[in-house]
Design a protein around this ligand. Structure first.
Ligand SMILES: Cc1ncc(COP(=O)(O)O)c(C=O)c1O
Length: 401
């Protein structure tokens, strides 16, 4: 038995099987590359589902974390700490908003957004008690908690986890007529991913997000953008909403905010909306801790430079041109995405997304499938053009081009 096989068998023996990972055991990583326990190197084309936008062990982020480790790591929100104000202020400014509610994981931030919207609905909009409705889109992915999977349309994510949380209405993604029909006087929020990541990097039809923005404004409904995966440089802009000139009422952020080092998430909105909370009504032991704030502050400073967004836009243009050429060969039936983010539908004759991922792994490239036929490509934004081209050459090799 190889070291890899032994470690996978041991993991299988002692962990719940909630994932079906590729059979690679990573030992170290740097930039866009990972090295396994046998010393084999792999180009990372997944970037921790966009949590690693700035690459593995980004020096600036590691230094910020190290410096904070030597000062104070956790206070709980029972006390103030000296990184909190800067984190909230600078994140609010990056978002063009006023107020921040920090959490840890993406799902917690989405839960927080749901709670915020409901409380705003009752306290500000005047929705009758227990009647608040939130409109979401089919094929969404917002996380794994019981409330969030209650409004998932993915049978795998939902089955046998009921009873489900009420108060959600699901409409087809990109369908404006359905959205218009779903809004009632009790609707407190529309919660959308501006690009649906887990669904296969689905970009809505042009004009959809601005129309939803207009509609929600007219109907006094909060527009909540889950930019946990699409945000923070991934699409070539700080936020995917920017491509359509849309400013939502609330951003839900996570993943890359923690620099691939610690889980950091947040809800960012106006002082009026987040002002609905009073002490004791929401919280988290770890949310907004000093280590998280120190790392996130560095992430925000890096995003402020615009360098990563520009890199994603430029290399993303190259990526989509190359993938477009692959589509012309018929090996690929569709390519979607923006910036360094692509969903690639593999023609059935050339294997499933999983089979293609496994063959890529054998060639030293790590990517991940979703929804059967789709391969997801989302490298760290620090990837070099040469490495990206090498990764694409491996994909062409797997598809026999
Ligand atoms: C759009 C979106 N929202 C929420 C989440 C959940 O984040 P987490 O896994 O950190 O709970 C994800 C994770 O993939 C996501 O892509």
């Amino acid at each position: 038995m190889t070291t890899t096989e032994a470690l996978i068998a041991a993991a299988d023996a002692h962990s719940a099987h909630t994932y079906d990972p590729l059979p690679v055991v990573v030992a170290t990583a740097d930039g866009a590359w990972m090295t396994d326990v046998e010393g084999r190197r792999y180009l990372d084309l997944l970037a921790g589902y966009s949590a690693l936008n700035f690459g593995h062990r980004n020096r600036r982020l590691i230094e910020a974390a190290k410096a904070q480790l030597e000062r104070v790591t956790l206070t709980s929100r029972a006390f103030h700490h000296d990184r909190f104000a800067a984190f909230c202020g600078e994140l609010a400014e990056l978002c063009g908003m006023e107020s921040v509610l920090p959490m840890n994981t993406g799902a917690e931030a989405v839960e927080t957004a749901v709670k915020t919207a409901r409380k705003w609905g009752y306290r500000v909009k005047g929705v009758p008690a227990e009647r608040a409705k939130i409109v979401v889109a089919g094929n969404n992915f917002h996380g794994r908690t019981t409330t969030i999977i209650s409004f998932s349309t993915d049978p795998e994510a939902r089955a046998d986890f009921g009873p489900y949380t009420p108060g959600f209405e699901i409409v087809p993604y990109g369908d404006l007529t359905a959205m218009r029909g779903a809004l009632t006087e009790n609707t407190v929020a529309v919660l959308l991913e501006p690009i649906q990541g887990e669904a296969g990097v689905l970009v809505p039809p042009a004009g959809y997000l601005p129309a939803v923005r207009e509609l929600t404004r007219e109907r006094n409904v909060l527009f909540v953008a889950d930019e946990i995966q699409s945000g923070l440089g991934r699409t070539g802009r700080t936020f995917a909403c920017e491509h359509e000139g849309v400013v939502p009422d609330m951003y839900v952020l996570g993943k890359a905010l923690g620099g691939g080092i610690v889980p950091v998430s947040a809800v960012v909105s106006s002082a009026e909306v987040l002002g609905v909370f009073r002490p004791g009504e929401h919280g988290s032991t770890f949310g907004g801790n000093p280590l998280a704030c120190a790392v996130a502050l560095e992430v925000i400073a890096m995003l402020r430079s615009g360098e990563y967004q520009a890199r994603s836009a430029e290399l993303g243009g190259h990526l989509h041109r190359e993938l477009g050429a692959l589509a012309d060969t018929g090996r690929v039936t569709a390519v979607r995405g923006r910036g360094l983010w692509a969903g690639v539908d593999i023609a059935p004759a050339y294997g499933t997304g999983r089979e293609v991922s496994e063959k890529l792994m054998d060639r030293g490239v790590l990517a991940k499938d979703t929804y059967g036929a789709t391969l997801r490509i989302a490298p760290p934004l620090v990837i070099s053009k040469e490495d990206l081209d090498w990764g694409l050459a491996q994909l062409r090799g797997v598809l026999g081009v």
